[in-house]
Design a protein. Structure first.
Lengths: 567, 49
């Protein structure tokens, strides 16, 4: 990194922090701190919703996913617009009319205290662990690629977020999200445009798309129904809709964004704008990854993108074996490049038969290269069984650091940090809100002054920030727990969504039946996770539907029992 | 147990959307956009396959 990159990166981070603090320094009550005074316009809500969902891992991992597996990951988001419509019809008007501060507050208004506490605890557990991971994951990747000190990266990122989130609360989170989304968008477009400057001059953007498509990287949609396939149209439209309903309808870090809307209409427009923009945005990020794949057809890529893993295997007893695989891989890449150039020439000459033959040969070379990459990954896990055999998170950042000019590297790193900080700030804000409103104000101290609750909200933000930073500092030593944290969301989202769906639509079902059904549904989801191979997207469907069905069956039984007891 | 249940009219909103006259029209717009995107993805996949 050059001095110019450091100036761009540090300049932006300092600007966002100072702007967040300065712009929201007048926050004087809990309504301002948690709901931004209910004065947020639709465009800020839309940007804030997108910034909350887009973590640094989204930008580091998604292009890498397209590089390795093609664009089919876009199907994961197909259910999102449907979820936005459903939430605009149901959750938005209910939450606004009840004048609530957290999603779980509604559960007490509709059911009883135990459902509210269950919802809050499920959220605090899942989101509390995830907040640490949101800071840790990008710090790990950047430390591996840039050689930065991981602890220092975690502490600096976490502290900057805590400073403006504890000062201005939701208002600061929303305001900084605007700047962060702007830099993220500019960063991704710059990375995209740069690819076409770096490709050989005779390769047009259409040629690049043709190459990516022929090598299986533009597979945006797959209508086959396969329960074991994680990303298909069906898992996206069914599982994805349930997941997005859960995330946007019951996760306080998202609910808080549209609770801040100045009216029902503004909140709806914010959600629906997200529904319109999110799928094309993910498509674009994946397309960037597919184009990076094409770029690496003309420049020999590393056989494995995580440099730490490469160093480990080169220092092990498998070094010779690894070098052999690497040599074969590089030879195949060179042969493939020759064939690609021949194919482009024959395409320009209009020789379609020859082009088809060359396409088949190139596909064959790609298969061989993929097999060799798998062999290299297998060796890496042989050397260190705890090592991650998946290098998708390192592909995009390797391209940025090694091939982009000074200044632009700083800009894209600022975008990655923005994504990390935007998710973390929303998480800390939501964790503090739920702790204060659903636990402290409801169970510990009911009748304190506005000033007291504002002070406690700020303290809670700082404490959750310290907790997240501490978790991130120790995450390196927690090994497989990280994977568990990642999956935890899908384990609890279905149950939480089920509770809310019963609350919204099944007017006759009461609190106790819902509560017992939630416990049973959660046990079944945990069973599916531990003892079956069902992909995680389906856990949301299973947990939610099971809860609704059990609640419908259990409610009349409990009603009858209550009536008999009263006689 | 609290009886603060959502009534049917709680889903309604008096505020008009800024365009297309009703919220239902806006929902249809979002849904149609999704259908168009899915068709685009299908054509995109097939063309470059």
């Amino acid at each position: 990194m050059t001095l110019l990159d450091w100036i761009v990166l540090i300049g932006f981070l300092v600007f966002v922090t100072v702007y967040g603090v300065w712009k929201t320094r007048g926050t004087k009550d809990i309504n301002g701190f948690i709901r931004a005074g209910r004065s947020t316009p639709w465009y800020t809500i839309a940007l804030s919703i997108m910034a909350t969902q887009a973590s640094a891992i989204t930008f580091l991992s998604t292009p890498g996913q397209a590089y390795v597996d093609g664009m089919r990951f876009v199907q994961f988001y197909i259910g999102l617009p449907i979820a936005m419509i459903i939430l605009s019809i149901t959750a938005v008007p209910i939450f606004h009319r009840l004048n609530i501060f957290t999603a779980y507050e509604y559960l007490e208004k509709r059911f009883d205290l135990k459902n509210r506490i269950l919802g809050s605890i499920l959220f605090l557990t899942q989101r509390g662990l995830a907040a640490g991971f949101t800071i840790f994951a990008p710090a790990l990747i950047l430390s591996v690629i840039l050689g930065w000190n991981i602890d220092l990266t975690v502490i600096i990122t976490g502290t900057l977020v805590v400073i403006y989130t504890a000062t201005g609360g939701s208002r600061a989170v929303n305001q900084t999200h605007i700047q962060q989304m702007i830099i993220i968008t500019v960063g991704m477009f710059t990375a995209f445009i740069m690819i076409f400057f770096l490709l050989p001059k005779d390769v047009s953007p259409l040629d690049a798309a043709f190459i990516a498509g022929k090598l299986g990287r533009l597979n945006a949609i797959d209508f086959s129904f396969n329960l074991n396939d994680r990303y298909t149209f069906w898992s996206g439209i069914i599982g994805g809709t349930f997941l997005m309903l859960s995330y946007f309808g019951t996760d306080q870090s998202q609910v808080q964004r549209y609770l801040a809307g100045s009216s029902i209409g503004q909140s709806r427009l914010g959600l629906l704008t997200n529904g319109l923009v999110k799928v094309p945005m993910q498509f674009f990020i994946l397309f960037v990854g597919a184009m990076i794949f094409v770029f690496y057809q003309f420049v020999i890529p590393p056989i494995f993108f995580n440099p730490n893993s490469l160093t480990s295997v080169k220092q092990s007893s498998y070094a010779d074996q690894f070098e052999g695989i690497k040599h074969q891989f590089e030879e195949i890449q060179i042969e493939k490049k020759v064939k690609l150039n021949e194919m482009l020439l024959s395409m320009n000459d209009g020789a379609s038969v020859k082009t088809d033959q060359l396409v088949e040969q190139i596909k064959d070379k790609q298969k061989q290269a993929d097999i060799l990459r798998s062999k290299a990954a297998a060796l890496i896990t042989k050397v260190d069984p705890g090592a991650d055999s998946n290098d998708t998170n390192y592909i995009f950042i390797s391209y940025i650091i090694n091939y982009l000019p000074a200044g632009i590297i700083g800009l894209i790193l600022a975008a990655i940090f923005s994504a990390s900080m935007s998710s973390t700030s929303a998480e800390l804000n939501a964790l503090a809100s739920t702790t204060v409103i659903d636990i402290y104000k409801r169970l510990i101290r009911k009748d304190a002054s506005e000033k007291h609750y504002l002070m406690i909200s700020k303290v809670a933000t700082i404490l959750w920030g310290v907790y997240a930073i501490t978790f991130a500092l120790f995450a390196n030593r927690l090994g497989s727990l990280i994977e568990a944290v990642n999956i935890l969301g899908s384990l609890v989202y279905g149950t939480i969504l089920g509770i809310f769906l019963v609350a919204f639509y099944l007017k006759k079902v009461k609190g106790t039946a819902t509560f017992i059904s939630a416990i049973i549904a959660e046990i079944v989801v945990l069973y599916c996770y531990l003892f079956t191979t069902i992909p995680f997207l389906w856990y949301n469907v299973i947990g939610c539907l099971l809860l609704v069905i059990i609640a419908l069956v259990l409610n009349p039984v409990l009603d009858r029992k209550t009536r008999l007891n009263s006689i | 147990m609290n009886n603060n249940q959502p009534d049917k009219d709680i889903f309604q909103d008096d505020e008009k959307p800024p365009f297309l006259k009703t919220w239902n029209n806006i929902y249809i717009l979002v849904f149609i956009t999704l259908v168009i995107l899915i068709i685009f993805f299908y054509i995109f996949t097939k063309v470059f396959e």
